[in-house]
Design a binder for this molecule. Sequence first.
Ligand SMILES: NC(=O)C1=CN([C@@H]2O[C@H](COP(=O)(O)OP(=O)(O)OC[C@H]3O[C@@H](n4cnc5c(N)ncnc54)[C@H](OP(=O)(O)O)[C@@H]3O)[C@@H](O)[C@H]2O)C=CC1
Ligand SMILES: O=C(O)[C@@H]1CCC=N1
Length: 260
Amino acid sequence: MTRVSVIGCGNMGGAFLKGLARSGSHHLTAIDLDPDALERVADHATETTDDTAAAKASDVVILAVKPDIAGAVLGDLDLSAEQTLVTLAAGVPRDFVAGQTEAQVVRIMPNLAAETGNMAAAATNEGLTDEVRALLDEVGEFVEIDEELMDISTAVNGSGPAFAFYLIDAMKQGGIDGGLDPEQAETLAAQTFKGAAETVLRDDRSVDDLIDAVCSPNGTTIEGMDVLWDSDADEAVVDAVAAAERRSKELAEAFEDGDE
Ligand SMILES: NC(=O)C1=CN([C@@H]2O[C@H](COP(=O)(O)OP(=O)(O)OC[C@H]3O[C@@H](n4cnc5c(N)ncnc54)[C@H](OP(=O)(O)O)[C@@H]3O)[C@@H](O)[C@H]2O)C=CC1
Ligand SMILES: O=C(O)[C@@H]1CCC=N1
């Protein structure tokens, strides 16, 4: 059993709590100033409180507040060297956090799929403990990276779910336009993305080979692929990733300038 506190139980903190609660094997303390946020995670936590000091009793503290208030919350935290602080705020440098606490600090970039055990995350080599590795393993997959790659990870796997939701919605709309009921179109589109992702993760073939496997000779898929290959759809996705990466770097610059 690991004693885990989550400070900030909104979208990301809540997803972590729900994911970690699935095993039923941890002591989970949900900390938030907003009673409604605590209410939303109450069924997934061992205890809920608005008292940040409760984090003192945990092995691992997950700081899941917005980047612009991370500094203020850290100022009120009095953690010890035996504890590990996991920071997941976009653009907030690990050193900035480590400079304000006695705890060991690891920076990660998770995503909302922690809730269902399907998170894709990156964690800095620095500060990563086996205890935190085990927690990340429980809620999905993670890679260990140098911190300089955190901005691109933020774009690919942190912001990535939003980009994937957008693409699923476009596929769903195509189904609706063809006459499918919206609910059925959503099921078919979302399950198709889920299945395709699973195939990419488990199959040794390249993405090009997998596309080939779907394209029957003189069949339907190649007609659709020709439309995609002739479009700028791939460039738009690459541009979206680059824009999110750029914003992550901008957020980090504010900390380097000492603005936060
Ligand atoms: N959303 C996502 O998909 C991802 C987010 N992140 C990172 O996670 C962090 C949180 O983002 P997100 O979950 O979207 O934000 P949310 O606004 O959904 O959640 C933040 C929560 O923290 C609460 N809070 C504010 N001040 C305090 C405080 N002093 N003590 C305790 N709780 C407080 C907020 O309450 P109130 O609303 O009343 O202010 C809110 O409930 C960010 O740093 C973001 O970069 C990382 C990866 C993915
Ligand atoms: O949009 C954001 O800033 C956060 C970080 C990654 C996902 N959500």
